[in-house]
Every structure is written in C-alpha cells, then in structure tokens.
Design a binder for this molecule. Sequence first.
Ligand code: ATP
Ligand code: F6P
Length: 443
Amino acid sequence: MPSKTNNGVGVQVEDTKICVVMVGLPARGKSYIAQIAQRYLQWLSIPAQTFNVGNYRRNDAPQPTADFFDTNNAEGERKRRAAAEAAVADMLTWFRTGGVVAILDATNSTKERRKWVNEICVKNGVEVLFVESKCDDQDIIMANIRDVKATSPDYRGQDPEAAAQDFLNRISKYEKTYKTIDEDGDEDEYTYLKIMNIGKQVIINRIQDYLQSRIVYYLMNLHIRPRSVWLSRHGESMYNLDGRIGGDTMLSPRGEQYARKLPELVRESVGDDRPLTVWTSTLKRTISTARFLPLHYNQLQWKALDELDSGVCDGLTYQEIKDRFPDDFAARDEDKYNYRYRGGESYRDVVIRLEPIIMELERSEDILIVTHQAVLRCIYAYFMKKDQAKSPWMNVPLHTLIKLTPRAYGTEEIRYEANIPAVSTWRGKGSTAKHDNPTPESL
Ligand code: ATP
Ligand code: F6P
C-alpha cells in the first residue's frame, strides 16, 4: 500500500503542489500536451487536473471571432481576464483538496500574464513550471488548425474553411503581444521547459525537484508522428487450461495455433511495408507466441513485461488460493488494484515497473507488445484512461490482437480476433471458477 508520504511510485507528494503553466500561441499543441501529461500522472496515481481557460471563456463568449482576441478590444480583454481568474481560483481550491499537479492550459503568451500567475502560485505555496510549445512550422500549424481547431466548439456549425481563416486571424492577434518565455532575459528566475518544433530542440531552465524533472522528462519524449501500438496476450498456455496463475509453461495446442496465426493478423492490421518492433516478456509463452513473426522485425525481451508476480500463489488455481489464503483472497477482491500477493506484486507495483516501458513507447513508433493479462490491462489503462479501480477487472481475451492509435484527443482502438477458441482466464469478483464468463461491465 502507498504510504502517507509516498504515492507508491516513489514520488514524495505530500507537500508538493505544482502548477504546470502552458505557454504558446494558439494551435501549438498546448491542450494536447496538457491532456497527455494529465493522463500520465493520473496513471501513476498522482492527483492531476487540467484547467482549460478556453472552457471558462466559452461560458461568457461561446463563439467569438478573431477580433475578440485583439488587445484593443476592451470587452474581450475583460472577459479573457475574468476567465483566467476563474480558472486559477478553481485551481487553488482544487489544490486545497489534495491536488498535486494542476495544468493551467491557456496561451499565457505575455510576460504580464506569466508574472501574475507566478505571483498567485508562489503566494499559495505552489511551485510553477512553465511549459512552452513554440512552433514555427507552418505545415504543422495548418494541420493542427484543420485537425482540431476548425471543429472546436468555438466554430460549431460554421464552414471549416471560414473557421480556419478566422483562427489564423486569431493567431495574428496574439502574435502582436506574444513573447516567448525569457525572450528578454528577464524571466530567467522561472522554472521552464521550452519545446521547439515538437522536440527538435528543448531548453530546460532551473528544474527544481524530482516530480518536476519526471514531468519534464516525459514531455521531452513525446512526439506526434503517426504510429500505433499493438497489444496481444500470449497464446493459450498449459496453465491457462488448468486455471492456474503465473508459472512459465508452454503454449497449449490452441495457443500454438494462435502463434502461427499471429503473423497473418499482424499483416492484416499493420500492412507489409511498415517496420515493426516486437517486445515480449522474458517468459516462454510470450516468446513462443512471437516466434513466427517476420525475421526482419526487431524483437526485444523485457523483464518489465513479465506477468504480475503472484508470489506464494504462483501456480495455484483461484480455488486453491481461496482454500489456502482465504483472507488474502477476500482482500484482493476488496481492492484488486492495491492488493499485493505475499512475496509478489500488486497492480500498482506493475504500473510502477511499467513506467520505463511507457516512456520508451512514447519515444517510439510502431510497436507490437506480446505480454500477459495483468500487464496488458495496465498498458491499456494508460492509453485508454481507464480507472485504476476498474482496470484489473477488465476482460482481455486470449487470441485477440488490439490496435491502439493515439490521436489528438484520445486513442482509437480496433480489435482483431484470430477465431481460435481459447479458455477464458477472466475472473469475476468472488468467483473461484476455473473459467469464468466475462460480464458486460468487464469489457
Ligand atoms: P489553443 O491555444 O487554441 O487552445 P493549443 O496550443 O492548445 O491551441 P491544441 O488544441 O493542443 O493547440 O492542438 C492540437 C494539435 O497540436 C494536435 O493536432 C497535435 O498533434 C498537435 N501538437 C501536439 N504537440 C505539439 C507540439 N509540440 N507542437 C505543435 N503541435 C503539436
Ligand atoms: O490467468 C492468467 C494470468 O496471466 C495469471 O498468470 C495472472 O496471475 C493473472 O492472469 C492476472 O489476472 P488477475 O489479476 O485477474 O488474477
């Protein structure tokens, strides 16, 4: 269980409060970075919340034209200021209820605005980490406008071309007063990360503590090149047939069939010409499952992808666990995410050891991961923002390939079934069935 001063991922969070203040002109990926950072922190059980000033502004000015953002427009200035104040007030309230990392998502594109945010945060005992996205690649900016801005609530019901043009005008209003952080050399006291042209170059200034450096390291690894992540469990194993957990057994005959079918499923989903890297665990059943994949795919074994360690229960059926360790069996059902097997691991422990995998995944392009039920649930939870209380109960069937494609706002999922029968290894709360039937809520 996490201790009071440690959230279980080795981060001392009790007294830490960080406000990540986004900086940059419109359509520079600030909201994208904010939501991905929030997802990552929440996956690590660090209370994190984004405060999007645009959402507050929309209450008062739902569909403004570019002129609203002109600094000579007094009413526009007043409403924008009020929206920023409301977001910051809610953020401070949230910190008082245990929040650890707030992300203030706005342009914060002038020195005055940054000074104001910084002063309020410092007064309230909140550390400030400015994160600027600076991008002058016109192709990227236009693609961002067409991808996400022309369809934003600001332009609902409007012609996409007219919306894109108005958005370009909006950007030029901001450009009149925009100062990149520390441009004049008088913001050097601030802690900041400046990401230029999606990580081609980064500047890091005065990063203070561990959690800040974790956030910075994560953000430095992000990229937006198109890519997908494929996830598969190993083929059905001999232990799966018996309803036994853990172990390092070989594939069953049907598991073997899946291993032979996997290259075809992958070809169908990936195509022939995309280079793919394959990661497996160090256990026989995942290595065997991946062994017929094309030789030109790089293959890598990660200990971090090994199945959740069930300690003294390794090799037992759920019925045997209940008979030998009834209190443990009940405790696991009570809080499956936090329950740690005697001499083994909890789901929370697995998330911690998967962090380097997530970091590497973010840096990489197309990857196929062949792993195990619990590990796959944790990785899936990261991409799909699954609640940690629910993810350990998710049904992830054998003999199914899952394709996840990160998009600007969320991850798309496609499943490919091999149509090779396999037992179910899913188990409902309280059940000791060897092979339980998944319920609709477990999907
Ligand atoms: P606004 O100020 O209008 O809210 P924004 O800066 O928050 O704009 P986003 O809504 O985040 O812009 O833009 C999303 C797009 O930005 C996505 O298409 C995403 O691929 C892209 N993107 C992500 N990271 C970056 C980056 N570092 N630089 C430029 N574009 C990026
Ligand atoms: O049953 C297959 C298996 O991969 C076991 O080796 C592992 O202990 C288990 O799934 C994890 O699933 P759960 O957390 O639902 O017991």
